[in-house]
Design a binder for this molecule. Structure first.
Ligand code: GLN
Ligand code: ZN
Length: 761
């Protein structure tokens, strides 16, 4: 039996990679300095894994930006706009150009890696493939030279590469895969000659539901690779779920190993029991969770591993994490301020490796050999589970006593719509923003000062009040109809609430979000409740400054859930309801404080969708219920808005409707009206604000463009139901384009009211 790892966080314990990379971009660090830090990190990462007893060490999991991008460069999938031609070198400058854009060439698109919060660069396929440089070989040789060891190159597999890429070639996917295969074959051949033993081919796309034709193409591809690869052995690595329908095809592939995720769902274990495992393959058993931070229940995991081992002899079994450890913070030693009891039940990347080694030892030598570890693990977990600190009988009782009616508004949308129009007269095509305004340097500086304890709370609050006053003056001058307070007090839309909720906590460990951007997702460790109002003070202050309606601004339960590390001892559905209850309390306090419009943002609503479509209905069921629980406790006259952005909504439009918000604002300025098609087909009857101002662009929003977009929208949505707003919050924008853009937006609405004869109606 072997212990193995799939990938280790690249960023360094002290965010080393971020610092040197950003310095390099700013011209403050040379390429040599950047590469030197990369070398140091690779060695340190190797040592961290080796010292924890990992035998099969990954290489090539390190990247200066992103692995999908590295792979694209390796196979020559470089969009023409970057001026690169086959035969030209590929280097880090080119990599950064693709990632960040370069003179006149727009950066490649970035999107979420499966259902994680990591973003990869979407490869674009235009022309033929060619092996530009064998990065796997270079990485393998780096460790061979530097440390005299043989590592296991990690490669993004050809099937998943094609599945994730944007196909601009006009050729069908199976043809692209056929064209790509020889490049991979050549790469593997070179690895063979260099003495590589195992290659880990990451093929997570196999846990998505794949049509039979795609699986046939997969089989053809791996048959060709088997012909060409020589003695190199392939571990076909899957993660983030079960193989399900792809099981038989994958097991029939001519590869020497298959890696399976035994943590995420029961599917793989069930299939292993039911169908057995081929005799010609090694099994990579993903047994500890690479996606969440809670310590593994070791006896339970060992039992699972023993169950797995009944189907594969130990000499063909690898014990490993469920996926790359990229998605975890690195080491708990940084958590100096965390409550010790909580810290004791966390497991970061390094802890996962300890767990792997312990479990492997337990399987190989029997439980007695790890008796101490098991006892300590059980002691800690038992203490945690029985600790009263994170269980809240009140929250549990409230959830038990919920009535179906609590999730529903009192009246139908149509009735509410009438009542709201009376209670809150607004012009047709009302104008508003999504919430945040430019977080200028002074805003960030004052917040930091206060957080560090360098300024008094009273002083900080006075600063924020000043900002709000300026913003109200600005919004009134521009002529917006529904105002906001600007969210200056929030560094982050999840953290701000997490900080104030019972049952959530902050960590110091960073996780890569993309490139040099890292995040610290908060923990949901216990029953969640809201001890006191979180936003009412700022709302009341703001509403007191103006006659116009001010929106209450909240983050919804599904977004809170998706952007945190959630507890896994109760179903996510229950965690979502607990978060929803807290938001519900806030909604009702805002209403009591005079808010006539309350916006509950759910930008991550769609991200929460399971990877397999057949699991969608269940998620959508409870997601809609959680949103209802958060928002439905208000009077008919109170208008609930929600906001979503940057995703495909067409296939969940019914669920969006079922959320039963009174109005919804959705990013639309880049999608060329795609969204409207869905509204048309579904006959969507609620107020809609299709974003008309592209907030990711530093350009001033153009009146004629916005008009055209709204005219198109008015053909699908009754003009009386249309709102006029930007795509998303303005937090990352500069005032110099924000002010004229919003002026144009308001003028657009005014002129269209005339044009459409809506004035006074
Ligand atoms: N209200 C938030 C803001 O304006 C919404 C952000 C988002 O959708 N991501 O910043
Ligand atoms: Zn948004």
């Amino acid at each position: 039996m072997l212990t193995s790892n799939l990938g280790y966080p690249r960023i360094g314990l002290k965010r080393d990679l971020k610092k040197v990379t950003e310095d390099h971009w700013a011209g403050k660090a040379t390429m040599q300095e950047l590469l030197a830090v990369g070398d140091t990190l690779r060695r340190a990462n190797f040592e961290a894994q080796r010292s924890r007893g990992i035998e099969l060490m990954p290489c090539g999991d390190f990247s200066y930006y992103d692995l999908a991008l590295d792979t694209a460069l390796m196979v020559g999938a470089v969009p023409k706009r970057f001026g690169w031609r086959p035969g030209d070198p590929v280097d880090l400058d080119l990599e950064f150009a693709l990632a960040r854009g370069a003179k006149g060439a727009q950066a490649c698109e970035m999107t979420k890696w499966f259902d994680t919060n990591y973003h990869y660069l979407v490869p674009e396929i235009e022309g033929p493939f060619t092996l530009t440089q064998n990065r796997s070989l270079a990485e393998f040789q780096f460790f061979q030279r530097a440390l005299g060891v043989k590592t296991k190159p990690v490669v993004l597999g050809p099937f998943t590469f094609i599945a994730l890429a944007r196909n601009a070639s006009g050729r069908p996917a199976h043809e692209l895969l056929r064209a790509l295969t020889p490049v991979y074959a050549q790469m593997l051949g070179e690895l063979d000659r260099a003495g590589v033993e195992w290659v880990q081919m990451d093929e997570p796309a196999l846990v998505l539901e794949q049509p039979a034709a795609a699986l046939a193409a997969l089989l053809e591809c791996y048959r060709d690779l088997a012909q060409a690869k020589g003695r190199v052995k392939l571990m076909l690595q899957t993660y983030f779920g079960g193989l399900a329908d792809a099981w038989d095809t994958v097991m029939a592939l001519p590869v020497e190993g298959v890696g399976l995720d035994f943590v995420r769902t029961e599917e793989n274990l069930t299939d292993l029991r039911g169908r057995g495992f081929p005799r010609d393959k090694a099994l990579g058993a993903g047994i500890v969770n690479g996606r969440n931070v809670w310590a593994t229940d070791l006896p339970a995991a060992l039992q699972r591993l023993e169950a797995i081992a009944r189907h594969v002899p130990q000499e063909r079994l690898w014990v490993q994490p469920s996926c790359s450890l990229l998605h975890l913070p690195i080491n708990r030693s940084l958590e100096k301020e965390l409550d010790p009891e909580l810290k004791s039940v966390l497991a970061y990347a390094d802890d996962r490796l300890d767990e792997v080694r312990t479990l492997a030892q337990g399987l190989g030598q029997g439980r007695a050999a790890i008796a101490e570890e098991l006892a300590e693990n059980q002691r800690v977990l038992r203490a945690w589970r029985s600790s009263p600190r994170h269980t809240d009988p009140l929250v549990q009782a409230r959830l038990r006593d919920l009535k179906e009616n609590d999730l529903k508004r009192q009246s139908s949308w149509a009735v509410r719509h009438e009542r709201q129009a009376e209670a809150l007269p607004l012009p047709p095509l009302p104008t508003t923003t999504i919430g945040s305004f430019p977080q200028t340097a002074d805003v960030r500086r004052e917040r930091d000062r206060w957080k560090r304890g360098a300024s008094a709370e009273a002083e900080y609050k006075e600063f924020v009040r000043g900002k709000i006053r300026e913003l109200i003056t600005f919004q009134e001058r521009v002529g917006l109809d529904v105002l906001v307070h600007g969210e200056f007090e929030r560094a982050d839309m999840v953290d701000y609430f997490a900080e104030q909720l019972q049952g959530m906590a902050f960590i110091q460990g960073w996780v890569q979000s993309y490139g040099s951007r890292y995040v610290r997702p908060p923990l949901i460790y216990g029953d969640v409740s809201r001890p006191r109002p979180m936003t009412v003070e700022w709302f009341s202050y703001t509403q007191g400054l103006t006659q116009k309606p001010v929106k209450g601004m909240l983050t919804g339960p599904l977004t809170m859930l998706k952007w945190s590390f959630a507890r896994d001892d109760i179903p996510l559905e229950q965690v979502a309801y607990q978060l929803a209850l807290s938001i519900r309390d806030e909604v009702s306090d805002l209403e009591a404080a005079g808010a006539r419009i309350i916006q509950v943002d759910e930008p991550a609503f769609r991200e929460g969708l399971p990877l397999k479509r057949r699991h969608w209905p269940d998620y959508l069921r409870w997601a809609v219920r959680a949103f209802g629980l958060a928002s439905a406790g208000v009077r008919d006259e109170t208008q609930i808005h929600t906001h979503m952005c940057y995703a495909e909504f067409n296939d969940i439009i019914e669920a969006i409707d079922a959320m039963d918000a009174d109005a919804i604002s959705i990013e639309d300025s880049r999608s060329a009206g795609k969204l409207l098609g869905a509204f048309e087909r579904f006959k969507f009857e609620r107020a809609v604000g299709p974003g008309v101002y592209d907030i990711h662009s530093p350009q001033v929003a153009d009146k004629e463009r916005m008009k055209a977009q709204l005219r198109a929208a008015a053909r699908v949505i009754r003009p009386k139901l249309l709102w006029v707003n930007p795509d998303c919050g303005l937090k990352t924008r500069d005032w110099k384009e924000t002010a004229p853009s919003l002026e144009n937006m308001v003028a657009t609405a005014q002129e269209l009211r005339q044009e459409m004869n809506l004035v006074g109606s």
